[in-house]
Write a protein that binds this ligand. Structure first.
Ligand code: GMT
Length: 383
């Protein structure tokens, strides 16, 4: 049966990054199911057009005053959360990424409670809020507090849940609700591929893809190291989608290995669902991934990934079945595996099929969004 239509507030980092993508896609899916969704963020989430039905956007404006060396965004956010929640009678607030969102949500809940208004909030942990930021000793106590004060906590992988229990000594229940992809939007349409692929690779060439925010944790240098080795053996090209601090390292390495003319630096792209299906193989050699959303998006498009055996990645990629897993930094083995796959098209085809099947069977928006709806109902009923 359809869930009761609810009024849900969503807060996330609206810029490029997996947590913002998941939060935005969740809002879109909830709105399509008849819920009223209110994004409360510093700017419009990048995957929204602003014209979607049932979706409202509330910008958090931060007051700047010369005395403030650091404008107090967390407080501006808490204030806006409380205002929106009261004005639109929100049933629940769902914040993505613990820092500072769960603490702002806590403040909003307390402000409203003082006025007799009830506002439960759910925190979804995405990864670096726990593994990097949350473990900076100066942030640990407040992150722990934000998590413990949440009316409900979810985590995007079992690995991240366990890391959170260990690192924060938290005892409350953390529900694992894995990331998802819209399998109707992330799909390989052979006609579109035939039309667009020649822009990036000739018919006899293989196309590899990497998608990230080019932060050190993504090890973009390893992507180029692998590609340089593959390009020696197989006519191929590399498509790099995204931008960030390590882009110039990647450009430098591409020149060093003489593969700059075979590498497309596409920068930040909005409609990655149109680009991913053009590729034959994804490279995701990250130092850490609590989930690895980029790999899931590729898999839904029938593009298996060569990835690292870290964090929550093995919950998505089954080594040798729907992709391949290696140790961090083992570029030689990754390159050898890519070459072997390209020399064995039927194995690559089987892996591509298995990748799509995994996305459809376990990670489709249609089933995962229902888990969020059920979780919301549980929290609303209990709080
Ligand atoms: O990895 C990033 O740099 C972005 C970060 C984020 O918070 O946006 O990604 C984390 O959340 C994604 C969505 O849930 C996950 O798919 C990523 O694996 C996770 N990143 C890390 O754990 C490093």
């Amino acid at each position: 049966p359809a869930a009761t239509p609810r009024r849900i507030g969503i807060t996330c980092y609206p810029t490029y990054g997996g947590s913002g993508v998941v939060a935005t896609e969740l809002g879109i899916e909830l709105a399509a199911r008849g819920h009223e969704v209110h994004f409360i963020t510093s700017s419009q989430p990048f995957r929204l057009t602003g014209r979607e039905q049932n979706i409202h956007f509330h910008e958090v404006a931060v007051f700047h005053y010369p005395l403030f060396e650091h404008p107090p965004y967390d407080l501006a956010l808490a204030t806006r959360m409380a205002e929106v929640a009261e004005f639109y009678s929100l049933d629940l607030l769902h914040v993505h990424y613990a820092i500072p969102h769960s603490v702002s949500a806590y403040l909003a809940r307390q402000m409203l409670a003082a006025r007799g208004v009830h506002l439960p909030f759910v925190t979804t942990l995405h990864g670096t809020d726990i593994t990097l930021v949350g473990l900076d000793p100066s942030y640990l106590p407040i992150t722990k507090f934000g998590i413990e004060e949440s009316d409900g906590v979810t985590s995007i992988s079992a690995h991240l849940r366990d890391r959170t229990y260990e690192a924060f000594g938290i005892h409350q229940h953390i529900e694992v609700i894995r990331n998802f992809v819209n399998c109707d939007v992330y799909v390989r349409d052979p006609e579109k591929v035939a039309h667009m692929r020649p822009r990036y690779a000739a018919e006899n060439e293989r196309l590899l893809v990497h998608l990230s925010n080019f932060r050190p944790v993504k090890r973009v240098a390893d992507v180029v190291e692998v590609f340089a080795r593959v390009a020696k053996e197989i006519p191929s090209r590399l498509m790099l989608i995204g931008d960030g601090p390590d882009r110039s390292i990647a450009e430098h390495l591409a020149r060093k290995y003489g593969v700059q003319d075979r590498t497309h630096f596409l920068g930040k792209q909005d409609n990655v669902n149109e680009l991913l299906p053009l590729a034959d193989l994804m490279l995701m050699p990250s130092e850490m991934e609590s989930f690895g959303l980029a790999a899931l998006e590729a898999m839904a498009c029938r593009v298996p990934a060569i990835a690292t055996r870290v964090g929550g990645v093995p919950e998505l990629i089954e080594d040798g079945v729907n992709g391949l897993l290696f140790s961090v930094g083992d570029v030689e083995s990754m390159a050898a595996a890519a070459i072997a796959l390209f020399q064995n098209p039927s194995r690559l085809g089987q892996m591509a099929e298995a990748a799509r099947r995994t996305a459809q069977k376990h990670f489709c928006a249609s089933s995962i969004v229902t888990l969020y709806e059920q979780f919301y109902e549980k929290i609303i009923a209990e709080s």
